[in-house]
Write a protein that binds this ligand. Structure first.
Ligand SMILES: NC(=O)c1ccc[n+]([C@@H]2O[C@H](COP(=O)([O-])OP(=O)(O)OC[C@H]3O[C@@H](n4cnc5c(N)ncnc54)[C@H](O)[C@@H]3O)[C@@H](O)[C@H]2O)c1
Length: 327
């Protein structure tokens, strides 16, 4: 059986990342595309022989669309989800699931009891290294968990004025757009935080070129205290580190480096090699596509998507109000 995909949003993630990743499979075709930028839609039409649609509802309702992939900008995800949800078709939505708590509530209502597979693009959960990291944390080998860190400084931020990414109202800045990967990973390992506090520039426009930074603390219900530091900068280092410390040891991982380091008290570090068997976006997409075919379940649920948005928005609220936010 072929799975015929309707693609909403044909930019970096839609056209450049997911379209090639899904069409590696012979049982997948892109049959329709919607992007308000004519050149973007035409690119997908030309490459995949997809029909160009004038709106998300038109695309989702087409008889030759079996499943909908939403890769539009964050503020527009809700529009794609509204359209797809009325059809009952499988949905893939890029992260973050949505821009606001009101949209998150609406999505939970729209998708309550939904039968078809729905997932959110937390690609890192599909990386072999991140899975090994999670497995070590979950195994109990670290003993009582105490501390976690996340360092996500990005020194090659290139987006300029006019791009939705640098409009805080549309993207949510570093906290909602990029750090949300780590919020989801911590939720996966520890459950939701109990309280959060942050300071952030929130993409303020007092610099000549767009940049962002957030420094924060999260305290989880299992007692873990997490320190996080992340930014969009236009120079300097780029990092993507996570550590978890327990009473017996520490596990460390840098996204993109195929090894995870476990250091137990009094022992030499052990380095686990974690090459990805497939390009990670392909691995991510395969899980959803296989779930559509009845082979397995999605790894990231709508509830996971909503929970990560709640953490990011709580950190933003804290930075805006200079208050600790309880979740
Ligand atoms: N999983 C990841 O690692 C990852 C990485 C980057 C971006 N993202 C997410 O993917 C999404 C898309 O990001 P991107 O980098 O591809 O952005 P982009 O700006 O490169 O592309 C977005 C595309 O959507 C189109 N678009 C604009 N409004 C639309 C609408 N209302 N309906 C449909 N299409 C619309 C634009 O014309 C553009 O072609 C964002 O939510 C972003 O946060 C995820």
């Amino acid at each position: 059986m072929a799975i015929r995909i309707g693609l909403i949003g044909a930019g970096r993630m839609g056209a450049t990342t997911h379209a090639p990743a899904i069409t590696v499979r012979e049982d997948v075709a892109i049959t329709a595309v919607y992007d308000p930028l004519p050149a973007a839609a035409q690119g997908v039409r030309d490459k995949y022989h997809a029909a160009i649609c004038a709106s998300a509802p038109e695309l989702a309702g087409r008889a030759d669309v079996d499943a909908v992939m939403i890769c539009s900008p964050t503020f527009a995800h809700i529009e794609g989800i509204r359209a797809a949800a009325t059809t009952g078709k499988p949905i893939f939505c890029e992260k973050p699931l949505c821009r606001s708590l009101a949209e998150a509530d609406e999505i939970l209502k729209l998708l309550k009891g939904y039968q078809a597979p729905v997932t959110v693009g937390f690609v890192r959960r599909h990386g072999a290294g991140q899975q090994k990291f999670h497995e070590i944390v979950a195994s109990g080998v670290l003993g009582t968990l105490r501390v976690a860190t996340a360092d996500m400084m990005f020194g090659a931020f290139k987006r300029l004025d006019g791009d939705w990414f640098v409009d805080f109202a549309r993207s949510g800045g570093m906290a909602l757009d990029m750090f949300i990967h780590h919020f989801d990973l911590f939720n996966w390992s520890f459950g939701m935080p109990q309280r959060v506090y942050a300071q952030s520039s929130l993409l303020s426009r007092d610099q000549a070129e767009p940049a962002d930074y957030i420094s924060g603390t999260m305290t989880f219900r299992n007692g873990v205290i997490c320190n996080l530091s992340g930014g969009w900068q236009r120079f300097g280092r780029s990092n993507n580190y996570m550590d978890v410390y327990g009473e017996n040891g520490c596990v460390s991982y840098k996204w993109g480096v195929p090894e995870v380091t476990l250091t137990l008290k009094g022992q030499d570090p052990v380095v686990y090699k974690t090459p990805d068997p497939l390009p990670v976006f392909q691995a991510e997409d395969n899980v959803w596509l296989d779930a559509i075919l009845g082979k397995g379940k999605v790894k990231v649920t709508v509830a996971d998507g909503v929970n990560a948005v709640k953490v990011a928005l709580a950190l933003i609220e804290s930075a805006q109000s200079n208050r600790v936010i309880e979740l």
